[in-house]
Design a protein around this ligand. Structure first.
Ligand code: NIG
Ligand code: FE
Length: 407
């Protein structure tokens, strides 16, 4: 069964299979073919090229893409898609002057979400999460990482991870990776006895998570007021014993040492990075760890943005992800994220698209199957409406420029 997309105005993000991530200044190039064709076979990319070289093949279906662009779907490498309730009251509290840290210290924030999640059933959580995922797919997201972390007890963490597991089963064409984030906050009863909660994570939760194969990665919120560097190290070492690679929250509110500890423990990515200095950048330079920026959270909290330009100048493979969660970024819209990256992080449209496709695939270890237009990769594609240029995508913010998502 062959499907042809013909007369594509620009086919974006053409890469060879050897190109697994794009570094630094190379991010400003988005390889493309004008007036292109793209042929799909059994859910994969069969071939592509210039319309003038369209091969004679038995085509089953043709989609005319005149005036339209085609690019790989967005890959969202950091979300908290499973949650029980929205938190707009905290949003209003922040407008009235409280900070994110102050709200968290009063038992709001993550603990607020944990209290709501504790009383929700697995089924209720699944229905809500699936509804959110359906919306994201329409907005062009074709792969997603989802974290636990609103459970904070053996029972509730497993409940969240089982919801993610069911999403994996029910959405076989949307690659999903799950991260175990019990180390997201200390439950109130462990505020004065951190080690007791860490012991529960390591000795009770991890063996069960591993036995049911419920997680791909180990996550920790390494931050002042949350998990210290020493606590993070203990947890990452414990995760590695079960083969869980780290993918952690680092340097959101402070220069917490999270980047260095992530790099030291061979994290696939360190995420957030609002608070960065030369040491953090130097540590990333000597590593394979991907810096994943979550500017949606900085936007929504009204905080300072990530230093994307410094990371790009340091020749790093910058990734952008949504951080979709009810507290710091209640949106998983990667189209809006593109605009925030351009206007606030001063990334060019091409850099931002590389960060949301090929580098995001690498941040989820999906680089061999997604993230670019490459023969053999999954045919997960965005077909735009007629648009004048690539830059129009982040420029015309708020307008839905997606005509069709092909998964
Ligand atoms: O990535 N910063 C830590 N975790 C989430 C927010 C969690 C919450 O407030 O519910 C984040 O921003
Ligand atoms: Fe997050």
């Amino acid at each position: 069964m062959l499907t042809l997309l013909s007369n594509i105005k620009s086919l974006l993000q053409i890469r060879t299979i050897e190109e697994t991530r794009v570094l630094g200044l190379d991010m400003k190039f988005l390889p493309q073919i004008e007036n292109a064709y793209l042929i799909l076979e059994d859910g994969k990319i069969h071939s592509y090229g210039s319309m003038s070289e369209l091969p004679m093949l038995q085509i089953n279906e043709t989609i005319d893409a005149s005036g339209r662009m085609v690019l790989p779907t967005w890959i969202d490498a950091h979300t908290h898609l499973v949650f029980a309730a929205s938190r707009e009251q905290e949003f209003v509290d922040r407008i009235n002057g409280l900070s994110y840290a102050e709200i968290a210290a009063k038992g709001g924030g993550i603990l607020n979400s944990a209290a709501k999640l504790a009383t929700a059933t697995e089924e209720e959580l699944y229905v809500q999460a699936a509804r959110r995922l359906d919306q994201l797919i329409l907005l062009g997201t074709g792969a997603i990482e989802i974290k636990s972390g609103y459970g904070l007890s053996v029972e509730s963490e497993l409940k969240m991870l089982r919801v993610i597991q069911k999403l994996k089963e029910d959405y076989p064409h949307i690659p999903i990776k799950s991260s175990f984030l019990a180390a997201h906050a200390f439950p109130l009863i462990y505020r004065e006895n951190h080690q007791a909660y860490i012991d529960i994570i390591i000795n009770e939760m991890l063996p069960l998570v591993a036995a049911e194969e419920l997680a791909d990665y180990m996550d920790v919120f390494c931050e002042e007021g949350f998990f210290s560097v020493a606590e993070t190290e203990q947890l990452l070492e414990a995760g590695w014993k079960y083969g869980l690679k780290p993918k952690i929250h680092a340097n959101q509110l402070h220069r917490s040492g999270g980047v260095q500890v992530g790099v030291k423990h061979k994290a696939v990515s360190v995420d957030h990075l609002e608070s960065m200095g030369e040491e953090e950048i130097a540590s990333l330079r000597g590593s394979n760890t991907i810096p994943t920026l979550l500017p949606g959270a900085a936007f929504f909290l009204g905080m300072h943005y990530q230093p994307a330009r410094l990371l790009i100048e340091a020749n790093l493979p910058v990734c952008l992800a949504s951080d979709y969660n009810p507290g710091t970024c209640p949106s998983g819209n990667m189209n809006t994220l593109l605009t925030i990256a351009c206007t606030q992080l001063k990334m060019t449209p091409e850099e931002a698209i590389n960060a949301q496709t090929i580098n995001a695939a690498a941040a989820m270890e999906l680089e061999s199957v997604m993230g670019s237009i490459t023969v053999g990769k999954k045919a997960s594609l965005i077909l735009t409406k007629p648009i004048p240029s690539v830059a129009y995508l982040p420029y015309a913010f708020g307008e839905n420029l997606i005509e069709r998502v092909i998964i």
